[in-house]
Design a protein around this ligand. Structure first.
Ligand code: SF4
Length: 282
């Protein structure tokens, strides 16, 4: 697609991040965006390299801090399509505080978490979404802690769009990201992206066999918060698709009248040189 840069990814062959990124690029193109109006912010981890592989504006940020940077980018120039990408370690461990507050602010950005339930870049330690009995380098007898449920965190923080996807279901994954982009407000797409090198439990086969697609359940209504809560807290099954969407929720920008490019604002009163710096960046 238009969004693919000429850099070859250094991800391990077969890594789920390939499929996740391809879906993001297709969804951006299908929703009428171009690399010139798109800004991708990434955290630290294998997924953090994504901005290098996409031909858009991009920033490879600090561990766990991609969301505040994405928030700043969106508020400085609301005309940009802002997508934030990261891993489960980046987003749900060191970044979990930012995650909760980004959800409740409901700024119109799309957050794609490449959830492989392991720290891949640092070679196989348990992450916040690892199963309690998953034996890793740092948890030889399992972590003995229940995994974080990111969808439940988002629902309890007032999330207006909560979805789950799978990197290997290319067409469905693209559709889910498109819906996230089209949503006015903060969109979470927790995307299972298997780590083929360090996680032999949460594999492609596991997700293919176990994921239930809510898009195929005719009586499922994502605007029904009670139904969403039941699915999100279901300990027997895992779901993909849009679990919850509140179309009536106002985005931060709508609620507070944020509009226009910061580079165009009246500079009277700004410290000398400050606005020149801002213009240089935006
Ligand atoms: Fe992907 Fe795992 Fe390799 Fe990282 S270590 S690139 S997550 S397969």
């Amino acid at each position: 697609t238009d969004f693919k840069s000429d850099k070859q990814p250094t991800w391990c062959p077969g890594c789920g991040d390939f499929g996740t990124m391809n879906g993001m690029m297709k969804a951006l193109a299908n929703t009428g965006n171009s690399p010139d109006d798109t800004f991708v912010v990434a955290g630290i981890g294998c997924s953090g390299k994504i901005g290098t592989y996409m031909r858009s504006y991009a920033l490879h940020g600090v561990h766990g801090r991609a969301l505040p940077v994405g928030t700043g980018v969106k508020l400085a120039n609301p005309d940009l399509e802002v997508m934030v990408a990261g891993g489960d370690g980046d987003g749900y461990s060191i970044g979990v505080g930012h995650f909760i507050h980004a959800v409740r602010r409901n700024i119109d950005i799309t957050y794609v978490v490449m959830d492989n339930r392991i720290y891949g870049l640092t070679k196989g330690q348990a992450s916040p979404t690892s199963r309690s009995d998953f034996e890793t380098a740092t948890t030889p007898e399992g972590s003995k802690q229940p995994p974080v449920n990111p969808l439940a965190l988002a629902l309890s923080a007032g999330g207006s769009f909560i979805a789950q996807s799978f990197s290997s279901h290319a067409q469905r994954h693209t559709e889910i990201i498109e819906e996230a982009i089209n949503h006015d407000g903060f969109s979470l797409v927790n995307t299972f992206s298997p780590c083929v090198t360090f996680n032999d439990v949460d594999t492609y086969d596991y997700f293919r066999d176990s994921l239930v697609d809510l898009g195929e359940e005719e009586d499922y209504d994502p605007s029904d918060r009670e139904q969403a809560k039941d699915k999100i807290l279901d300990s027997e099954k895992e779901y993909m698709g849009v679990l919850y969407q509140d179309d009536d929720a106002q985005s931060y920008e709508q609620a507070h009248g944020v509009e226009g490019n910061m580079a165009d604002i009246d500079t009277d009163g700004a410290p000398d040189g400050a606005m020149d710096l801002v213009r240089e960046f935006y």
